[in-house]
Design a protein. Structure first.
Length: 371
């Protein structure tokens, strides 16, 4: 392959290249996308261009033939069309700075337009009326595992790079400058190469998911209508921890306990994920303990014990989580259960850290010990 590529670069006829013709060939939307795939990702086959860009075959064929005519590519194996290879010439590869500049300029001015409402006819017993229904809801899940849902349906074909892009934006509730985002997501790459990787990830987004991203000159962010389960969990945790804040029945429901029990992207090890995951871990442990106390106060002891055990699973050595469960058992008159929780925690603490429980938690079971 390298020999063929080198031959393509060395054997181009000098009369075949014209700067004005080359600029005309790349100065169009589909042409720019095709050239970006060829220059930055090394795509050569017709079928691969078609799959990555999602362009009609006749448009793709016309643009590639234009590149060949302009001396930017050479064609190898024209039949069948899907197996044809289009190799960049030296002049084609020299277009890289131009493609970078055009992509940066286009990204800086691109703004995702809002999705229009859909007019739906609602049948009625007497008459037919028109009602405006919102566009399909876009939801991003970061807790437990990454998931993207459009209109309630999971998008299973989303590329890993696009998942990382959406996850990064979902972890930030404000616009992020492109250079900062690229540097954080590709820390080992140069600034230029990181920027190319970011633009490539943006260009490969599924058409149905592009509405999730708002692109403007200040940077990138999620559209306001996009729902993120982490943000819901953070808001729930802050309500539970705020003294005197009103707490609804939904905040104390099993679903709320389950939401706080989920880890943030547990199988992701990027630095920008690990830091956020630790912040979420600390927040949800405190929220689960507060939830257990509120449930116990409401007399829902079984649910309170579930919230306390969920906090213990997050960090088995966290004393306040064990104390929460002990208080729940004592509120229900289950002294033996309270003592069992304390003894298990004391054994675990001794075996792993060679420490004794603090006087605070020991005082909870002191009266039982005397009996």
């Amino acid at each position: 392959m390298n020999l063929v590529r080198a031959a393509a670069e060395e054997s181009e006829p000098p009369h075949n290249f014209s700067p004005s013709r080359a600029l005309e060939a790349v100065g169009e939307r589909w042409s720019l996308l095709i050239m970006r795939e060829a220059v930055f990702r090394g795509v050569t086959r017709f079928a691969e261009f078609e799959r990555r860009i999602g362009v009609e075959r006749d448009i793709l064929a016309a643009r590639l033939d234009g590149f060949v005519g302009a001396g930017l590519m050479t064609l190898h194996g024209a039949t069948p069309r899907s197996e044809a290879e289009y190799l960049l010439t030296r002049n084609g590869r020299n277009l890289e700075p131009v493609i970078v500049a055009l992509s940066t300029w286009a990204d800086g001015w691109a703004v995702v337009a809002p999705v229009p409402a859909v007019v739906r006819l609602v049948p009625d017993a007497q008459e037919t009326i028109s009602a405006v229904t919102p566009a399909p809801v876009i939801e991003i899940s970061l807790l437990g595992a990454f998931d993207l849902r459009v209109g309630g349906r999971s998008v299973d074909t989303l590329a890993v790079g696009s998942q990382r892009l959406l996850a990064f934006l979902a972890l930030h509730d404000r616009s992020v400058a492109r250079i900062a985002m690229a540097g954080a997501m590709w820390p080992d790459a140069s600034d230029e190469r990181a920027g190319i990787s970011l633009r490539s990830a943006l260009s490969r987004l599924d058409p149905a998911t592009r509405d999730a991203i708002l692109s403007a000159s200040p940077g990138l962010s999620l559209a306001e209508a996009v729902g993120v389960d982490l943000r819901d969990g953070q808001a729930l945790a802050r309500r539970l921890l705020q003294t005197g804040a009103p707490v609804s029945d939904a905040d104390l429901s099993p679903a709320a306990v389950a939401l706080l029990s989920l880890e943030l992207l547990p199988d992701w090890y990027d630095d920008w994920v690990v830091a956020e995951a630790e912040d979420w871990r600390q927040l949800r442990m405190s929220a689960l303990e507060a939830q257990a106390a509120l449930l116990a106060r409401a007399g829902r002891l079984a649910d309170a014990a579930g919230a306390a055990r969920a906090a213990m699973k997050v960090e088995p050595l966290r004393e306040s989580a064990h104390a929460s469960l002990i208080r729940v058992h004592l509120a229900g008159g289950n002294q033996s259960e309270a003592l069992r929780v304390y003894d298990r925690y004391r054994t675990l603490l001794r075996s792993l850290l060679d420490l004794e429980p603090s006087p605070h938690i020991t005082a909870l079971v002191a009266s039982i010990r005397k009996q």
